[in-house]
Design a protein around this ligand. Structure first.
Ligand code: NAP
Length: 493
């Protein structure tokens, strides 16, 4: 069934290049399916290298005027974009839920979360000041000026179709950069809707361009941007292998890079923790978006004394989760994004069980009257999980909570850090000395102490090690789109 919105213009079904809505160069299209049923309900362009090149041409041509536009004026346009996003929360929330599968309340929550970054960077745009440096020699005036880096290419994943785009495009526009963007194959519609609203907010033609493409053509499109020296920065959120490929291929043109990559977050519960708060924190961080978030706890370590009590409390809460399509107002866990995702979850659970883990609850696909499609998996708790299992080594990206028992702080810190990834880490403890020891010892870009929901527009989000580099959100997020120019004037005396 086609999606009907209050504002149907939010479904342009076209690329946006140089201020015009257009099809792909060879008119091929890409079908968009509802993960709740796998039913196709929309189509967008399946773009080619020629479309990607044209997007860079117009973004490059638009850069000189946009960078000279006073920051205050840029800020006003971005602020209008924020206002339009907020006023379309219903439509955008429904769009996200339909193409991504998350429950409607979460879809609407994501819209406001995305808008919070847009508003933040509208405000930051006017504060991108440089410095006057105290000259170490007489007769000189020395300045550090901030400049936009130029044309930006943004490549985004499917799990937060609005937020991932917003927290790249808003700081890029605020800094004075122009943008070419490719969203994920599974979720192109939300990004097109956001660009439609940016157009209405007054973003000038050529400043923001978007092309959609199938998985088959993703590399064809993105390779054009990687190889083109006019593109000065790649900002990417997605998997680590693709991030490494982008870093390698953009080396020839030495682009600036922000890579927000995969995670494998530890979630540690110590004997001295507030157990109910720890269960609350885990429910929020593990089961949001059905476990399909990069900061999801993927390895849960619980200390001996509280292990059994924690697992009992957790299993009771997990067993009460309502799995249903986003259209069901009671839904707490929707379908997974596609068949590949459910296959991976199933493979991880089977692998864990074959190596000695025990299923406390869940552990199987769901298909019934309430969940009529093929992409549902039951919220699951596993115990007796060890480091050799696939679910401890790779992101499961699904509603599976694998629990490992531990004895000492030293053991658990070593286990938590024994991964190439370093995006988020969480722990629960009431011992103030342990809290700061752990905050220092965990190899991670983000640490949650007695807190499961960490992301906020004012906070720097990003990883270390194989989870990438660069930060999104906060004042650091704007710096990613600027470089420093040192200006020195002599003969002052
Ligand atoms: P993905 O497969 O790496 O895809 C991300 C984007 O890259 C999509 O637009 C994808 O297009 C594109 N892409 C894929 N192969 C490409 C290639 N060879 N060349 C150029 N572009 C290519 O990741 P995903 O499965 O969508 O997202 C899940 C991953 O993202 C997880 O690892 C998760 O942890 C990570 N993530 C990280 C953060 C963070 O902030 N650190 C946030 C959210 C998600 P197609 O969709 O057409 O394949």
């Amino acid at each position: 069934m086609p999606l009907s919105l209050q504002n149907q213009t939010l479904l342009p079904g076209r690329n946006f290049i140089g201020g015009e809505w257009c099809g792909s160069a060879d008119d091929r299209t890409l079908s968009v399916a509802d993960p709740a049923t796998d039913e196709v309900f929309a189509a967008v362009p399946d773009s080619t290298a020629a479309d990607a090149r044209r997007a860079v041409d117009v973004a490059h041509a638009a850069f000189p005027a946009w960078r000279k536009t006073p920051a205050k004026q840029r800020a006003q346009i971005i602020k209008r974009w924020n206002d339009l996003i907020v006023s379309h929360v219903e439509d955008l929330g429904r769009l996200i839920s339909r193409e991504q599968g998350k429950p409607l309340a979460e879809g609407k929550g994501e819209v406001l979360y995305a808008a919070s970054y847009v508003e933040w960077f509208a405000e930051e745009a006017t504060r991108a000041d440089g410095d006057v440096i105290a000259a170490p020699v007489p007769g000189r005036r020395m300045l550090a000026l901030r400049e936009p880096v130029g044309v930006i290419a943004a490549i985004t994943p499917w799990n937060f179709p609005a937020a991932m785009i917003a927290r790249k495009i808003a700081p890029a526009l605020a800094a004075g950069c122009t943008v070419v963007c490719k969203p994920a194959e599974d979720t192109p519609l939300t990004s097109l809707a956001l660009v439609r609203l940016a157009e209405q907010a007054g973003v000038p033609p050529g400043v923001l361009n978007i092309v959609t493409a199938s998985r088959e053509r993703a590399a064809e499109v993105v390779d054009v941007w990687l190889d083109d020296a006019r593109v000065r920065k790649i900002t990417f959120t997605g998997s680590t292998p693709v991030g490494k490929h982008l870093a390698r291929r953009s080396a020839d043109t030495l682009k600036k890079l922000s890579l927000e990559l995969g995670g494998n977050a530890p979630f540690i519960v110590f004997d001295d923790a507030d157990l109910d708060a720890a269960v609350d924190g885990l429910m929020v961080s593990k089961f949001r978006n059905g476990g399909q978030t990069c900061v999801c706890p993927n390895r849960i370590y619980v200390q001996d004394k509280v292990h059994d009590a924690f697992v009992d409390k957790l299993a009771a809460r997990v067993g009460a989760l309502v799995v249903a399509p986003a259209t069901n107002p009671a839904a707490q866990i929707g379908p997974m994004i596609n068949a590949r995702a459910v296959d991976k979850i199933e493979r991880h659970v089977k692998n864990a069980v074959s190596r000695g883990a025990r299923v406390v609850i869940g552990g199987e696909r769901i298909r019934n009257e309430q969940c009529p499609g093929p992409n549902y998996y039951a919220p699951t708790v596993l115990v007796d999980v060890d480091a050799s299992m696939d679910c401890s080594c790779e992101e499961t990206f699904g509603p599976v909570a694998p629990v490992t028992r531990f004895s000492t702080e030293a053991d658990v810190v070593a286990a938590a850090n024994a991964t190439p990834f370093g995006l988020a880490a969480y722990f629960y403890s009431n011992d103030v000395r342990r809290i700061w020891r752990l905050a220092d010892a965990l190899e991670s870009g983000i640490v949650g102490i007695n807190e499961g929901a960490l992301a906020a527009e004012a906070a720097p989000f990003g990883g270390v090690k194989d989870s990438g580099y660069g930060r999104e959100g906060s004042r650091y997020g704007l710096e990613e789109y600027m470089h420093i120019k040192y200006v020195c004037q002599g003969l002052l005396d």
